[in-house]
Design a protein around this ligand. Structure first.
Ligand code: COA
Length: 365
């Protein structure tokens, strides 16, 4: 039998046309386009690119955005059901259940044609933000706020979350966040989703696998972990003590390190720019400066002192962005999923179109 690779490290499991990563150079491309060129576009454009394999022309974008806006509403019975289940503060638990419920309300649930799957894709992209905002309003005991059809995907989410129109920069920051979270090759959640799709399970079931895998704090849950870490550190004077304590206990520091990137994650640099812009607009650099100081301390500890290639990943400065947007940490993983759902759908469709059931072997000991 082949040599066993723990954690499938370095194993190439399939061919994909959706994204490309060069972990040594810190390059990420969606459908052949550098991530740096995509972050000024609307999320809808990038979602279309991932799902359809090409950038939309003007008319295609208008139609796609229109359909997403029309599909933002969630069935009132479904919302009532969510309201009647106590989910606690972790929104991802509710989102996972909501996707299962949406499938029961979908008249095309049993239609496995590619057309029906594309319709499901639009419904999922459109409804994720509404569900996350609705779960938050249930948890906080506010009235549910209906989606606003004039706002962008990110702007509408912030509107539903806070009940007021976000500033241009806030809406832009969330659009960029959703784009930077949208796709990342065979990360754990996408891999688990592709395994489900490879058995010919339906897209809703596959997306639920993705959500369950995203939750863990070695993957998407790390963003919430970074927000909690920043709360715990509180002041720049506490950084060195916090880091020393983590090293002593041999605990992981959230938002640092990556299986594939052995340099800066390119998304982390872009998130850092967004965080800085928000800090400047809000006239409050305290948190940004503290995060930057933590970044410097960890560069010294990991790279200079220990010679390890451990740098900030996607979850580090995204957590800073969420804090500037006054987003509760319990929503962080679900907001990650709101962006990632487009990439997940693209992978689900790619798996269906060139399927081979994914079934590795285990070495019996
Ligand atoms: C992302 C991650 C899971 C990659 O894991 P991996 O490729 O399996 O690498 P390992 O966890 O085996 O780490 C390799 C070494 O670096 C260390 N390391 C990696 N990330 C670390 C971190 N964030 N804090 C402290 N040490 C870290 C490990 O302790 C290990 O050290 P050792 O060789 O002395 O035992 C890992 O870096 C991590 O847990 N990061 C924190 C969680 C996080 O931010 N996740 C989001 C990823 S996008």
């Amino acid at each position: 039998m082949e040599e066993m690779k723990k954690g499938l490290e370095g194993v190439v499991a399939l061919d994909t046309r959706i994204s490309f990563i060069d972990g040594a150079k810190g390059i990420l491309k969606y459908r052949g386009i550098n991530i740096e060129e995509l972050t000024d576009l609307p999320y809808d454009t990038v979602s279309y690119l991932l799902i359809n394999g090409k950038l939309p022309n003007e008319l295609e974008l208008i139609e796609y955005s229109q359909r997403i806006r029309e599909d933002r509403c969630v069935n009132a019975k479904l919302l009532e059901m969510l309201k009647n289940i106590y989910f606690g503060e972790e929104a991802l638990d509710g989102l996972r259940t909501a996707v299962s419920l949406i499938s029961h309300f979908d008249y095309e649930n049993d239609d496995h044609s590619s057309n029906a799957n594309k319709n499901k894709a639009i419904r999922l992209v459109a409804k994720f933000p509404t569900i996350v905002a609705a779960l938050n309003s249930c948890y906080e005991g506010h009235e549910y706020i209906e989606p606003h059809s004039d706002l962008s995907h990110g702007g509408n989410f912030l509107y539903m979350l806070k009940g007021c129109i976000p500033t241009e920069l806030e809406a832009e920051a969330l659009e960029k966040d959703l784009i930077l979270s949208a796709e990342h090759e065979l990360n754990p959640s996408t891999f688990s989703l592709r395994i489900a799709a490879s058995t010919r399970s339906d897209p809703y079931s596959a997306i639920i696998c993705g959500l369950c895998t995203l939750k863990g704090n070695l993957h998407g849950g790390a963003r919430k972990g970074v927000m909690e870490m920043l709360d715990e550190i509180r002041k720049p004077e506490n950084i060195k003590g916090y880091v020393a304590d983590k090293f002593e206990k041999r605990e992981k520091i959230m938002g640092f390190g990556h299986r594939v990137y052995k340099t800066w994650d390119p998304r982390a640099r872009l998130y850092k720019q967004v965080a800085k812009k928000l800090a400047l607009e809000k006239g409050d650099r305290y948190l940004f400066d503290m995060a930057e100081e933590l970044e410097k301390v960890l560069y010294y500890e990991f790279v200079e002192k220990r010679g390890k290639a451990i740098y900030p990943n996607v979850d580090f400065y995204s957590a800073v962005v969420y804090k500037y947007l006054d987003i509760p940490s319990e929503l962080a993983t679900s907001i990650f999923a709101m962006g990632r759902v487009s990439g997940w759908i693209a992978h689900c469709m790619e798996q269906y179109s060139e399927n081979k059931v994914i079934r590795p072997r285990a070495h019996f000991v």
